[in-house]
Design a protein around this ligand. Structure first.
Ligand code: SF4
Length: 213
């Protein structure tokens, strides 16, 4: 019943529309996901659903009258960055106003299996937040990690950097050009020690091994 309840049709992605949540992934994997879209496995959909539930809980906490120094301004709102060649579109989790300091902060919520191993914001999550800060003009951002098993949390500020945003947009540009030209990107995750873990969860391992385009 749970599987049936959460199953959904996978929609093919269109070249020219890209997502902040994906740009920190292995470039070759993202490229494959456009060329060879795959149905999301039920196990993965269930993991996403847990993430959604936790996000709902964080919204409740931020709205709670018991946390009077924090005010939730908006949650789950869309944003778009348009360039002549492509569009980047995403969804910001929460926009929070901290009343005591009068600061507005973007909060990107991520669930994690074990909070004790989280020591900093992951590169991919920080990239996502940089784009959100850039698109909204709100240059205060935190990634909030919340443990699925016990609701313990940790937060990490991400400093807005125009230089980082330029690098991220350049990554989108490369992805766009490689997709439009049909050229396969290098096997980025395999070549980078810090990203090799991504290969274990990659549904394109077979194609990647053969460098199949
Ligand atoms: S197997 Fe690794 S290097 Fe190859 S596409 Fe997947 S994540 Fe990238």
């Amino acid at each position: 019943m749970v599987t049936r309840h959460i199953e959904r049709e996978s929609r093919a992605k269109s070249i020219g529309r890209y997502y902040p949540s994906e740009i920190g992934n292995c470039m070759r994997k993202v490229w494959y996901s456009y060329r060879y879209p795959q149905q999301v496995q039920p196990e993965l959909l269930k993991i996403f659903e847990v993430g959604n539930m936790l996000h709902g809980f964080v919204v409740e906490v931020l709205k709670s009258e018991k946390n009077a120094d924090v005010q939730l301004l908006k949650s789950e709102f869309p944003l778009k960055i348009e360039t002549p060649e492509f569009i980047v579109s995403g969804r910001v989790d929460d926009l929070v106003l901290v009343k005591t300091s009068g600061k507005t902060i973007i909060v990107e919520v991520k669930s994690t299996k074990s909070i004790e191993f989280v020591k900093e914001a992951s590169e991919s999550h920080a990239m996502q937040l940089q784009l959100y800060m850039h698109a909204t003009g709100i240059h205060n951002g935190i990634v909030l990690y919340i443990d699925k098993s016990n609701l313990e949390s940790k937060q990490f500020s991400v400093e807005y950097s125009q230089e980082k945003v330029r690098e991220i947009m350049q990554r989108f540009r490369e992805l766009d050009q490689l997709l439009k030209s049909g050229l396969l990107p290098v096997d980025e995750a395999k070549r980078d020690e810090k990203k090799q873990w991504m290969c274990r969860f990659c549904e394109y391992q077979g194609k990647c091994r053969k460098s199949e385009a």
